[in-house]
Design a protein around this ligand. Structure first.
Ligand code: CAA
Length: 263
C-alpha cells in the first residue's frame, strides 16, 4: 500500500460517520444504547428505534443521552410489522435524510424447553428477531444500492451459532439472521453495500439479568474469559464494521463472545 493510500484509509477511519444517518432498531435497549452512543460519538446522526409501548422510556433515554452531550433522535415502530417499518423509514428519510447504516438489534427472548414451548412463544421470537430483519432492511435496501453505499449489521448471538438449551426459537431466529446476511452481502457487494453479522456472547443487559441466577452463573463460568461481555464491546465491533476503512468486509459473522464459541 502506498503512503497516500494509508493516509486515505486513516482519514476514513477517523471520519467514520461524517454526518450520515444510522438507524439502530432496539436502540434504547442494553446493547442498542451502547451502539447508539458509540455511533453518535463517531459522527453519525443516529436514530434509535423503540417499540411503540416504550414512549416514556424513550423520552427519558433521550434526556439521559442529551445529558452526555449526545443528540439522538428516537422513533417508535413495531419491527415485527412491515407496514409500520415502512412508515418509520419514510419519516426518517423526510426528517433526517437517507439511511446509510442500519443496525438490526431489536430482539426478545421467550426461553422454554422445547417440550413446553407454545406457538405464541415461537412466533413472537421469530417475528421480532428474524422477520424484523426483512421488515426493516427491505425498506432501506434500494436506497443504499442506489446511493452506492450502505452498511447493514445484524446483531445475532452465539446461540445462533451453537444452539442453547431452552432457546429453540431464539437460536433459529439468530441463525436465520446470518443466512440473510450472507445473501444480502452477495446482492450488495457490487454496489458498495456491506452486510455483516455480529454474534455477541452473554452481555451484561436486562436480557441476561432476567435469566435464573444459577443458570447464568454456570454459563459465565464456562466462558474462557470468565466474565460477561460489556455492551460497549459490541458497540466497538459495530463501529469497526460501519467504518469506511472496512468496506472490504462483507458476509462475515464476527463473534464477540469471550471465547465461548470458536469455529
Ligand atoms: N443441558 C442439558 N440439560 C439441561 C440444561 C442444559 N444446559 N439445562 C437444564 N437442563 C435439564 C435440567 O437438569 C432438568 O433436568 P431434569 O428434568 O432431569 O431435572 C431439565 O433440563 C429442566 O431444566 P430446568 O429446571 O432448568 O428447566 P426450567 O423449565 O426451569 O428452565 C430454561 C428452562 C428457562 C430454558 C432454563 O434452562 C434456562 O434458562 N436456560 C438458559 C437459556 C439461555 O441461555 N438464555 C439466554 C438468555 S440471554 C440471551 O439470549 C442473549 C444471548 O444472545 C446470549
Amino acid at each position: 500500500m502506498t503512503d497516500s493510500n494509508t493516509a486515505a484509509a486513516d482519514t476514513a477511519t477517523v471520519d467514520a460517520g461524517a454526518g450520515r444517518v444510522a438507524l439502530v432498531t432496539g436502540g434504547i435497549g442494553g446493547i442498542g444504547t451502547a451502539i447508539c452512543r458509540r455511533l453518535a460519538q463517531d459522527g453519525w446522526r443516529v436514530v434509535a428505534n423503540h417499540h411503540p409501548s416504550e414512549q416514556e422510556a424513550a423520552q427519558a433515554w433521550r434526556n439521559d443521552l442529551a445529558g452526555e452531550g449526545l443528540t439522538i433522535e428516537t422513533i417508535a415502530a413495531d419491527v415485527s410489522d412491515f407496514e409500520d417499518c415502512g412508515r418509520m423509514v419514510a419519516e426518517i428519510k423526510t426528517n433526517q435524510g437517507p439511511i446509510s447504516a442500519l443496525v438490526n438489534c431489536a430482539g426478545i427472548t421467550r426461553d422454554k424447553t422445547f417440550k413446553k414451548m407454545d406457538e405464541a412463544q415461537w412466533r413472537a421470537v421469530i417475528d421480532v428477531n428474524l422477520n424484523s430483519v426483512f421488515n426493516v432492511t427491505r425498506q432501506v435496501w434500494e436506497g443504499m444500492l442506489e446511493a452506492g453505499f450502505g452498511r447493514v449489521i445484524n446483531i445475532s448471538s452465539v446461540n445462533g451459532q451453537r444452539g442453547q438449551f431452552g432457546q429453540a426459537n431464539y437460536a433459529a431466529a439468530k441463525a436465520g439472521m446470518h443466512g440473510i446476511t450472507m445473501t444480502l452481502a452477495q446482492e450488495g457487494a457490487s454496489k458498495g453495500v456491506t452486510v455483516n453479522t455480529i454474534s455477541p456472547g452473554y452481555v451484561e443487559t436486562a436480557m441476561t439479568l432476567a435469566m435464573r441466577d444459577d443458570v447464568r452463573e454456570a454459563i459465565v463460568a464456562s466462558v474462557p474469559m470468565r466474565r460477561m461481555g460489556r455492551p460497549e464491546e459490541i458497540a466497538s465491533a459495530v463501529a469497526f464494521l460501519v467504518a469506511d476503512a472496512n468496506g472490504y468486509i462483507t458476509g462475515a459473522n464476527l463473534p464477540v463472545n469471550g471465547g465461548l464459541f470458536m469455529h
